[in-house]
Design a protein around this ligand. Structure first.
Ligand code: MN
Length: 427
């Protein structure tokens, strides 16, 4: 099926802002609460949220095989489980409905009243119920920087890194949508020079600039997913801020890896941009330094040119952009990550989320964490307003943004914005 929804020349009859992240060529999927406290699956064009449950009830998806309640749900898991053909048919139909040449909804004010919402009338929810969350470590620049800080330049990359898309299993219960504030975590830390650990608020709270992809039901237990088929099982992508407490992490991580320093919160942008919508922005990954084993060999353009940035906004002050990076810098792409994840037969389900790992580039202003940007606190980062930062302060808001752009169309992910509240006092 052709992805007619991506037609770069299509215009919508909706009145939308010029450089919006959500032109009619994007058509992402999300879940929102309406002013009447009804939860529904929706999409977004410009600054309109569109109730897909209402569209479906009014017959606008006629001819597409969908169950009656597919959009009247509090998560996209069932819709995602319907598979790529359905996602594509629905996106194509939404593009048609809002095409300026199509008069049906355009001239039906009664229908518009129940289908269209302005953004201040809705509250975005988590788009999927995340069953399992895995976090990769796929940026060579990031792994190199962190390794250099803790082990020195010569041993920066561990021997497995160029052969395996390294990852750990995270925790899905603390994945939250943009806009929900987080508390500075408490934890056990071993201060420099001390002999016994202490409990206290993290003093090294950090963001991680990542993206995460969301899968459909992909395989049965025991069956690996071949690298060439992996994209068939990927629904789309969100911005992902994988909050990290470096001091807690440093003391706890030996020998089993990340635990409480990582699992207190991860924030995501609420609209899932589909792999179909990203199609025009395909590009190649960096050339492998070492030839991977054949199950990880990936041909052609298997990544996407997505511009990323992070801003820090101190309370009541102007924001400063502290990092500009790109999804295409990742050494291991999503197909390789999914092939590796399942080579042992590990089953992947609809709604599973796979974080890319911090996405750093080569330049010093492209590092995707404060750990790297401030070089472990040695070079505090100057903000335009609100002083400098080694790590994130209380009441700071950290904002991730991402967009793709070619000569004809720009599509984006909106924002993943999270404010940090002070720690709770330990009892
Ligand atoms: Mn991470």
């Amino acid at each position: 099926m052709v992805i007619t929804a991506n037609n770069p020349d299509r215009k919508t009859w909706l009145n939308i802002p010029k450089n919006t992240d959500f032109p009619i060529q994007n058509i992402p999927f999300g879940v929102f609460l309406t002013r009447d406290d009804i939860i529904t699956i929706g999409t977004r064009i410009g600054d309109y949220a569109i109730d897909l449950g209402a569209l479906h009830q009014l017959g606008y998806f006629e001819g597409i095989a969908l169950t009656d309640d597919i959009f009247l749900q509090d998560s996209l898991n069932d819709f995602i489980a319907d598979g790529r053909k359905t996602w594509r048919a629905v996106r194509n139909r939404i593009a048609e409905i809002f095409d300026e040449k199509n008069k049906s909804l355009q001239e039906n004010k009664e229908h518009q009243k129940v289908i269209l919402f302005t953004l201040d009338e809705i509250e975005m929810q988590l788009p999927v119920q995340v069953g399992d969350y895995t976090d990769f470590y796929s940026s060579k620049e990031h792994a190199q920087n962190v390794g250099e800080m803790f082990r020195g330049k010569d041993n920066a990359l561990l021997p497995n890194w160029l052969h395996i898309p390294v990852a750990y299993h995270g925790r899905s219960s603390s994945i939250i949508p943009s806009g929900i504030p987080i508390r500075r975590p408490l934890g056990q830390k071993m201060p420099n020079g001390a002999e016994t650990p202490v409990l206290g608020p993290s003093r090294a709270l950090d963001f991680e600039l990542e993206m995460a992809f969301i899968t459909t039901d992909a395989n049965h237990i025991g069956e690996p997913i071949p690298v060439a088929e992996a994209e068939e099982h990927i629904f789309g992508l969100v911005l992902f801020n994988d909050w990290s407490a470096r001091d807690i992490q440093r003391w706890e991580y030996v020998p089993l890896g990340p635990f409480l320093g990582k699992n207190f919160a991860s924030s995501i942008s609420p609209w899932i941009v589909t792999l179909d919508a990203l199609e025009p922005y395909r590009t190649t990954s960096p050339k492998p330094v070492k030839e991977p084993l054949s199950y990880l060999k990936s041909e052609g353009k298997k990544t996407f040119d997505i511009n990323l940035e992070v801003a820090i906004q101190p309370d009541g002050k102007k924001e400063t952009i502290v990092c500009k990076s790109n999804f295409k810098y990742l050494y291991w792409n999503m197909s390789q990550q999914l092939a590796h994840h399942t080579i042992n037969g590990c089953p992947v389900k609809s709604g599973d989320m796979m974080g890319s790992g911090t996405i750093s580039g080569k330049e010093k202003d492209s590092y995707g964490s404060l750990l790297e940007l401030s070089w472990n606190g040695k070079k505090p980062l100057k903000l335009k307003e609100g002083g400098d930062r080694k790590f994130v302060h209380d009441k700071d808001t950290v904002i991730l943004r991402g967009y793709c752009e070619n000569k004809k169309v720009r599509i984006g992910f909106g924002e993943c914005s999270t404010k940090v509240l002070p720690a709770i006092k330990p009892k």
